[in-house]
Design a protein around this ligand. Sequence first.
Ligand code: ADP
Ligand code: 5GP
Length: 196
Amino acid sequence: MLIVISGPSGVGKTTVIDRLLHHPEIGPELKFSTSATTRKPRPGEIADVSYHFISTQEFERMVAEDAFIEWAHVHGNMYGTPVRELHAAREQGRDLLLEIDVQGAAALREKFPQALMIFLKVSEDMLRKRLQGRPSALSPEDLEKEIALRMSNARDELEQAGHYDHIVENRDLDVTVDEIVSIIRKEKARPRNGAN
Ligand code: ADP
Ligand code: 5GP
């Protein structure tokens, strides 16, 4: 099964995914899809775990070689899901958990109509606070610019929420995680056709 988690930057996707991957019941069944990106690492991010941090040249080479299931320009950088992530999940017999943006999710839906798509959301005020509270290596001016860009993109992303199977409000982290675990459990109990 492919499980997509999308939502505006700062909504809590990485935090929620981390909790899902460590969840005693469903954690062992999941494989996180490590994307490739041209963005620079943030403090605390681990190369080849959080992301494959690669150069623009390397990214373009992978695009030319058709090495991505989907890729997109997001917030001024390029991000993509390597095909090998899907192969690795299949080999391990696990569900692939993808944290990708709304464009990537739409592209993935075309290729894998049965993917389970979950959109995380939160109020604008809370989103700004979370973006401001997150560790960053940027200067205060650059951070403010980055937050402004991400807040403006958040409004466009929210408009796409209706295309998702589930919209989950990420206020209390424990409640959010329980809700997503229950969505995944229900989906897995459902009879499915097709490859994913
Ligand atoms: P994203 O991956 O969507 O950009 P992050 O997971 O990096 O978002 O979360 C942004 C910030 O919000 C982090 O500092 C994180 O600790 C915090 N956060 C995430 N979820 C919650 C929550 N439910 N309640 C309070 N703070 C949260
Ligand atoms: P961030 O820079 O905050 O880690 O991520 C920025 C945005 O890029 C988020 O919306 C995230 O979901 C998205 N993203 C991360 N990896 C991928 C990917 O492989 N493909 C696409 N399309 N978006 C991605």
